[in-house]
Ligand binder design. Structure first.
Ligand code: C2O
Ligand code: CU
Ligand code: CU
Length: 485
């Protein structure tokens, strides 16, 4: 496969709604070991290299799947950076169309942000420098080219990024990477009868966001993680284009949420279900000390105009309630359980200090009503579709604002570049304990209010974006750009 616009569009002939089961050349077997991504540690001046490339991935049995990744066949390494340092990277692109590396959740200047105005063109190499000054957090990176983000992420141009904060090093949380501290990039995908990834958003599947019928974690179908008989920290990224997960364990066990998009929570919050919309992250700590194997489940996702239309979407094989398997955990008593209890408070967790807002803005997300720059119908925000040549808003650095976001039709995961915000309300309901943490995506349930402030700047040449993180909505124009001066 050439990774060209044309080959993306006509990758396979399978129908979106009825993936070919008959005559397929592969089997989707679950239970392979959870792949643990390699770590690219950029602390202490190490210069990393991240090159967008095509690859072949053994996702299915009996066939290899053409994918894309950053310096690997699918997805990218887990990048670690340290607060107080500047992280350096060489960004390359061996694919024949422009890609970018957007640092989702990073508090960095607009010209470091890797958004649509900062492409890495084919065969180009760009030196990137990221000034890291924000609390310890689980972030991610992905390609963010105007109109192409959905395809790029679907084929694999995404990865996790961890900010380490020397001041939060003694939080008492499990932190041995790959043992009791596991990255989980959760995605849904559709495979055609030839084993190729199918990405054809149009009509209803563009309107509702493109969803898949197979669940992958770190690129493997419903894998199995081997964990010690103690506390294990799971850093979960919803790296799906459109699917909203409602995670829970098969045995109903409770777990502790210890982090949100923008950092750790001041105290662990106990829960048995966790909702994550596209782009959102959560850090949870799960107790496996009883030694029992358990499955992580999710579902159903009925996010669609008039609810019921969600059933038209591609969906994993599920029980009568729409619940399906995400992955499994098996306890290995040969592994050392290093952490057995959690602290009551988490040292080094950020304390939001937004103060009173000095101005309000309102964002109305519209599934219709916009016009594409070149003409034609598009999605929009405040009646305007994303136009690379138009700056929609101008914010002032260091000033707290109250943003009200209203969504029509369905729930929209609204994301803002360049900072983290604090939720004030959502859907007219009181916030969950875990929603008091710093966020950069809010799943807008009718109407949400956030407090937001920018400590970095972005100019006309490289503005920040705000957009719906259902990537088909973003690509269809539900995005705007703003400067911070
Ligand atoms: Cu995760 Cu504008 O992006
Ligand atoms: Cu972002
Ligand atoms: Cu949306």
């Amino acid at each position: 496969m050439q990774f060209t616009r044309r080959s993306f569009i006509k990758a396979t002939g399978a129908s979106v709604f009825l993936p070919a089961i008959i005559g397929r050349a592969w089997a989707a077997e679950s239970g392979a070991p959870l792949p643990i991504p390699e770590v690219m540690d950029l602390s202490s001046g190490t210069v990393g290299e991240l090159t967008a490339q095509l690859g072949k991935s053994p996702m299915l049995q009996g066939v290899s799947t053409e994918t894309a990744g950053y310096s690997q066949a699918y997805l990218g390494p887990v990048i670690r950076v340290k607060r107080g340092e500047t992280a350096h990277l060489k960004l390359g692109n061996s694919i024949d169309e422009p890609v970018s590396v957007h640092w989702h959740g990073m508090h960095i200047e607009g010209d470091q942000d890797g958004g649509p105005h900062s492409p890495v063109n084919p065969a180009e190499v760009i030196d990137a420098a990221l000034d890291i000054d924000q609390p310890a957090a689980t972030l991610w990176y992905h390609s963010h080219i105007m109109g192409r983000t959905g395809a790029h992420v679907w084929y694999g141009l995404a990865g996790m990024l961890l900010v380490d904060d020397p001041e939060a090093a003694d939080s008492g949380l499990p932190s041995t990477y790959g043992e009791d501290d596991l990255p989980l990039v959760v995605q849904d995908r559709i495979f055609g009868s030839n084993g190729a990834l199918v990405y054809k958003p149009r009509g209803a599947s563009q309107m509702m966001g493109y969803r898949g019928n197979e669940i992958l974690v770190n690129g493997a179908i419903r894998p199995e993680a081997s964990v010690p008989a103690g506390l294990v920290r799971l850093r979960i990224l919803n790296g799906s284009n459109a699917r909203i997960y409602n995670f829970g364990f098969e045995d109903g066990r409770t777990f502790m949420q210890v982090g949100t998009d923008g950092g750790l929570l001041p105290a662990p919050a106990s829960m048995s279900r966790l909702t994550l919309s596209p782009g959102e992250r959560a850090e949870i700590v799960v107790d496996f000390s009883d030694g029992a194997a358990v499955r992580l489940l999710s579902g159903p996702d009925n996010n669609a105009p008039m609810g019921g239309m969600g059933r038209m979407m591609a969906s994993p094989q599920s029980d009568a309630n729409g619940v399906f398997e995400v992955m499994r955990f098996a306890v290995n008593t040969g592994l050392t359980a290093k952490i057995l209890t959690l602290p009551n408070t988490i040292a080094g967790a950020p304390v939001p200090d937004f103060g009173a807002p000095v101005r309000r803005r309102r964002f109305q997300l519209n599934m219709m009503g916009g016009m594409m720059a070149g003409g034609g119908h598009a999605m929009s925000i405040n009646g305007q579709s994303m136009d690379m040549a138009v700056i929609n808003e101008q914010a002032t650095r260091g000033k707290t604002e109250l943003w009200e976001i209203a969504g029509d039709g369905m729930k929209h995961p609204f994301h803002v570049h360049g900072t983290s915000f604090q939720m004030l309300s959502n859907g007219g309901r009181a916030l969950d304990p875990a929603q008091i943490g710093l966020k950069d995506v809010v799943l807008v349930d009718g109407r949400a209010e956030i407090l937001i402030r920018f400590d970095r700047t972005a100019d006309d040449a490289a503005p920040y974006m705000y957009h719906c993180h259902i990537l088909e909505h973003e690509d269809a124009g539900m995005m705007g750009q703003f400067t911070v001066v």
